[in-house]
Write a protein that binds this ligand. Structure first.
Ligand code: JFZ
Length: 447
């Protein structure tokens, strides 16, 4: 069905998924790591003995945080426990295949020595280029690097969330735009092996109005780096629509709106690529020394990852190292638990996507994009002990085994086929697992 569409100069420049090799790699990651690390890690959600209830990386905006004190924190940034290789190793052991690192958050502090501002790590006691260390450490063990960049910059003189049509403020904002473009090109020049940009802080009225500027900047960045991956959170169309243009078409290479939430059905993602970025505690991205409220368990996180992949997305788990550069023990423990699960079950996550089969209450089904194998990722065991699965009409089960025990096939007694509905099967479990389990199903419907 063809819907009516209007002509847009700055809407989506491509319909449907990208099919090139770089995007294919992105699509197949399955699991990623997010890192929020900057000056906010020093106060860690507290100032003068007071607890900040917001997200730690937003502490500068708190009424009880003196701006001047915050803007001088860079003089204390000297992370003595920072070890990029240790971060990378932990991410690798967890099973992450890409990392998104905050090069600059809303506060404007750069963890690379930008030549366009003095507010950088080069002027901190640490002095060294932490971003370079991170890029090298992750890439050397096979993890692709993506650069988080906030358009909001509370440190730049010309930055405003809204600007008048003319006058001094407007001129200052032009400087800010130039600065933003310079920094982005600098990042691509200095870290040529990185794979993409993860934009944030693009919701201001002032930025939304920069449609033509942002569109041509995006084109320039893509030209500088063929294959560059940019999500839907960079620019608005000429009617101020973000993520999806005025025709409802996705702008950018993948949908970036799944933030601490997940789609429920394949219809929710409209056939687009997408990523879910998730925090371990509630709304905390940067280091907060005192997590309150619900803290997710590894099983909950594994379930979110499985659900993401089953709905054709990537799952990206956030870490907030502290002011000394150490990853907190709670995060280390979860990374280890996820890694232990991934060690056995990664085949159900990597290079997999939507299976095209009916969703079942026991869990999620992923399908390997090359081999066509189905993975039944089981989180809830029915009281009956039998897992229902509906294959494509006319399809049969060719083989069925636990991923943890690939040499033992389920026996015919363990697989009941419904007489009434020929493609409906009931798998009678051999044992009750204590961890989410994966059953591999090879069907006769292989393409
Ligand atoms: C933004 C930041 O403000 C936050 O500090 C963190 O970096 C996060 C990853 O991104 O927060 C957002 C951005 C977008 C939404 C929600 C929070 N959103 O689209 O729902």
């Amino acid at each position: 069905e063809k819907r009516s569409s209007i002509t847009l100069e700055h809407g989506a420049h491509r319909l449907g998924k990208r099919t090139d090799a770089q995007m294919e790699t992105w699509r197949n990651y399955g699991l990623g790591q997010f890192i929020h690390w900057g000056l906010y890690a020093i106060p860690g959600g507290h100032w003068n003995g007071k607890y900040y209830a917001g997200a730690a990386e937003w502490i500068r905006s708190w009424k009880d945080m003196p701006k001047d004190a915050y803007d001088n924190l860079y003089k204390e940034f000297n992370p003595q426990n920072f070890n990029a290789k240790a971060w990378a190793k932990q991410a690798k052991d967890m099973g992450a295949r890409y990392v998104i690192i905050t090069t600059k958050h809303h506060d404007g502090f750069c963890i690379w020595p930008s030549q366009y501002t003095d507010y950088t790590i080069a002027n901190s006691p640490y002095k060294k280029d932490a971003l370079k260390e991170i890029v090298e450490a992750y890439e050397s063990i096979g993890i692709d690097v993506y650069l988080y960049f906030s358009i909001i910059d509370w440190n730049h003189k010309g930055y405003r969330s809204a600007i008048p049509e003319t006058g001094e403020e407007k001129r200052a904002y032009e400087d800010f735009k130039k600065f933003t473009a310079n920094q982005l090109k600098e990042l691509l020049r200095n870290y040529p092996s990185t794979k993409g940009l993860w934009f944030d802080g693009t919701w201001d009225k002032a930025w939304i109005e920069q449609t033509a500027f942002a569109d041509s900047l995006e084109a320039e960045l893509r030209e500088m780096r063929p294959g560059l991956i940019i999500g839907s959170r960079f620019r608005a169309d000429e009617f101020g629509r973000r993520h999806f243009d005025s025709n409802g078409d996705l702008m950018g290479d993948y949908e970036q709106g799944w933030e601490r939430k997940l789609p429920n059905t394949i219809e929710d993602v409209h056939g687009n690529d997408w990523d879910c970025v998730m925090t371990i505690p509630e709304n905390q991205w940067g280091y907060h020394s005192e997590w309150r409220g619900h803290v997710k368990t590894s099983v909950e996180l594994i379930e979110m990852m499985a659900k993401s992949v089953a709905l054709d997305g990537n799952f990206v788990l956030n870490f907030g190292p502290d002011g000394q550069g150490a990853i907190r023990p709670e995060e280390t423990k979860l990374a280890k638990e996820i890694g232990e699960w991934m060690k056995v079950n990664h085949e159900a996550i990597y290079d997999c996507g939507y299976a095209g089969l009916e969703k079942q209450d026991w869990g999620y089904i992923t399908k390997h994009r090359k081999t066509g194998k189905y993975y039944l990722i089981v989180f809830n065991i029915p009281v009956s002990g039998a897992l229902r699965i509906k294959l494509a009409p006319g399809s049969d089960i060719a083989s069925l085994y636990d991923l943890a025990e690939p040499n033992r096939n389920y026996s015919p007694e363990e697989i009941h086929r419904s007489k009434a509905d020929g493609n409906e099967f009931f798998i009678h479990l051999k044992h009750k697992p204590s961890q989410p389990m994966v059953i591999v199903l090879e069907s006769t419907d292989k393409e």
